[in-house]
Design a protein around this ligand. Structure first.
Ligand SMILES: [Zn+2]
Length: 163
């Protein structure tokens, strides 16, 4: 699984969220933050807040919030890879080849792959667990049925899948 954490951080370091959102929303400085009319819901009093310190936005009216990527995804109706490409260009950050292919592949496919990996992981653990097997046996669920329905077993650990 290629990681684009470093590029994401580099893009975030180079693009100020106030600058970016100012291109779309008229913002006014109030104390530490900037405020404006929310582009995601109709309002007459500004509840859309941008924090330069945290580099995030949040709307107290509709609850929308996030970082520069989330903003573009929501505002321009982009996919995450599209927003990534756009902001990388704007920031002058060159994405690594693996990152480019990830961006091209699309978030949907990546998520699908992750789910298949998770399914395989849980399925591999089912035959290994004696208690799970005897439980299923008691209920008359044979190995064949387990396979047909892609049944799996989650080991008693909060991070087994992640590891
Ligand atoms: Zn809003």
């Amino acid at each position: 699984m290629p990681s684009y954490d470093s590029s994401l951080q580099e893009i975030k370091d180079r693009i100020d969220i106030v600058d970016l959102i100012s291109d779309y929303v008229s913002l006014k400085k109030t104390g530490q933050n900037w405020k404006g009319l929310c582009p995601f819901h109709a309002e007459k009093t500004p509840s859309f807040t941008v924090s330069p310190a945290k580099q995030i936005f949040h709307c107290f009216g509709c609850g929308t919030g996030g970082d520069i990527f989330t903003f573009l995804v929501n505002h321009d109706n982009l996919t995450f890879p599209e927003a990534l490409n756009m902001l990388a260009k704007k920031a002058g950050v060159t994405l690594q080849r693996s990152e480019k292919s990830v961006a091209k592949k699309g978030e949907k496919e990546i998520l699908l792959t992750i789910h298949i990996d998770a399914l395989n992981f849980f399925q591999q653990h089912l035959p290994k667990d004696i208690r799970a097997q005897s439980y299923l046996e008691e209920r008359g669920i044979s190995r064949d049925v387990q396979k047909i329905f892609s049944m799996g077993y989650a080991p008693k650990s909060w991070n087994a899948l992640l590891n």
